[in-house]
Design a binder for this molecule. Sequence first.
Ligand code: ZN
Length: 75
Amino acid sequence: MNTPDQITQCPYCGDETSFELPDNYAPVFVHCTICNKKFIIERLSKGFQTFTVEAAPSSSNPDCIEIDGGASDEQ
Ligand SMILES: [Zn+2]
């Protein structure tokens, strides 16, 4: 899959920063290349939305979401 970089406005510094939109609808962390802060991108059916880490609802915070991909834990 060829996923071109997207551009969004950083919710912290307001400058435009590029990121890669994930292939699924799970929210992901993005680091702003300007201010180096971490914010959240969540893909929508059309486009995407951004949150600051503080403002993100827990359903959109990667830190609060259990990874349920059926990943096997073999150790
Ligand atoms: Zn920024």
